[in-house]
Design a protein around this ligand. Structure first.
Ligand SMILES: [Zn+2]
Length: 80
């Protein structure tokens, strides 16, 4: 039985290929530079973060319309 060895992305110490956490430093391995199909969990995280960013931007762009109506200083400035 042969174990594939790789290097830890964080500390560079040799570790087993299949491990997700480095036994030396205990950090999770990011496999961005590794060639291969991304895991479904990684895809889900990317989609979720993109959706949150999109929703946040959409909410921010639609917020000033309601904010201008309920802000008295803007009205007093324009009537000066
Ligand atoms: Zn490490």
């Amino acid at each position: 039985m042969k174990f594939e060895m790789t290097k830890c992305n964080q500390c560079g110490s040799p570790m087993l290929e299949g491990l997700d956490v480095c036994p030396s430093c205990g950090r999770p391995q990011s496999r961005m530079g590794k060639a291969g199909p991304p895991t479904p969990r990684m895809l889900l995280a990317i989609v979720l973060s993109a959706a949150v960013l999109f929703l946040f931007n959409w909410f921010k762009s639609s917020a000033p319309q309601t904010g201008q109506i309920s802000s008295p200083p803007a009205a007093s400035l324009s009537s000066r």
